[in-house]
Design a protein around this ligand. Sequence first.
Ligand code: NAI
Ligand code: ENO
Length: 373
Amino acid sequence: MLSEHAGEPAARRDRLALKRVTVIGTGLIGTSVALAMRRAGAEVLLIDRDPAVARLAADLGAGTPWSGESADVAVLAVPPSAVAATLLDAQERGLAAAYTDVASVKGPPLAEAARIGCDLRVFVGGHPLGGSERSGPLAARPGLFDGRPWVLCPAEAADPLVVDGVTGLVTGCGATPVVMDAAAHDKAMALVSHAPHVVSAAMAARFADAPDGMVGLTGQGARDVTRIAGGAPSLWREILAANAHPVADVIEAVADDLARAAAALRAHAGPPAPVTDLLERGVAGHDRIPVKRGAPAARLATVTVIVADRPGELALILQAAGVAGINIEDIAIEHLQGRPVGVAELSVAPESAPDLIAELRTRGWSLPDPPER
Ligand SMILES: NC(=O)C1=CN([C@@H]2O[C@H](COP(=O)(O)OP(=O)(O)OC[C@H]3O[C@@H](n4cnc5c(N)ncnc54)[C@H](O)[C@@H]3O)[C@@H](O)[C@H]2O)C=CC1
Ligand SMILES: O=C(O)C(=O)Cc1ccc(O)cc1
């Protein structure tokens, strides 16, 4: 189906259609956007500099390889350093009426796009805050952005109809649009995404040469801290270089805390004050992270249950919570190596924890007493 509007200047219309979307760069994010827009009913066309990758995305149900059609919106899902040149090329070829990108940094690609003469009236920079440490179309999922914030950074020149259209694409992907300027976005990302990646890499790097016997004991905590370190270095070195100073500010502060903690541990026999202070500030910072995206930060209580490793055990626990009218906000399961039991950690509102503990104990489960914080 050809869109009647594609190619017509957005300013001459009341609304930008979202019937046909072209995705350029069909890796993890591009293919996830394509799958999400297919789910929303759009026709999706796929382009990648490697045609085999675009074909793979098409085989996964993300759309059809592009063959010259003009779209309502083109989504540039290429590495940050390729955004400006890809935008200029796409605009010169008239690929779409409006354009957006998904790069993890917003300032440098926008400045470069302005410098090389892109038409910024029909471009709105974007960044979905959903993703993973994996790359490529095989890791893509249509629900990757569901309920996630998706930052939009419209430049001053941006046509309001284009901003509206790109906002529609974001909500069509299941995400929540958040508008901010590029500099504010990059500063925020230094704190909540880019510096955490470096910290995760610094911890994971300790494992690179450690004996197998030690690394084999890794539990859920170390897995959580190091998961994002698995991200592609080729992408992350670009992101970090493009947001260098804000990231350096955060990692210097982290390095300072770590250096103080290490010095105190070397100098003291008992629990040293700088370490206690760091742990307490850590709890305070952790408690500010929203539990559900978009919801205000709230501390949850963790109820720990010892569960037998047999089918249906977890379902029975969830059923017991449901009968007691308790909402489980999150659940984590740890299998104990070489033992026929595991540990389930149920996150609930603090006021619900005593009722859940009582309910589960009544029904015969073994629950260790909650630890002191
Ligand atoms: N990985 C993540 O979790 C997130 C990544 N992003 C951003 O999304 C963008 C894409 O990242 P991923 O999907 O993770 O990478 P990816 O490596 O999975 O996919 C990138 C794709 O772009 C293609 N490509 C590269 N240069 C191209 C060009 N000039 N023209 C056409 N295709 C080109 C590559 O062949 C590859 O298929 C990056 O800008 C990244 O900063 C944003 C949010 C989350
Ligand atoms: O894997 C995760 O938890 C991530 O946070 C992924 C991610 C990577 C890069 C981004 O710009 C945004 C999100």
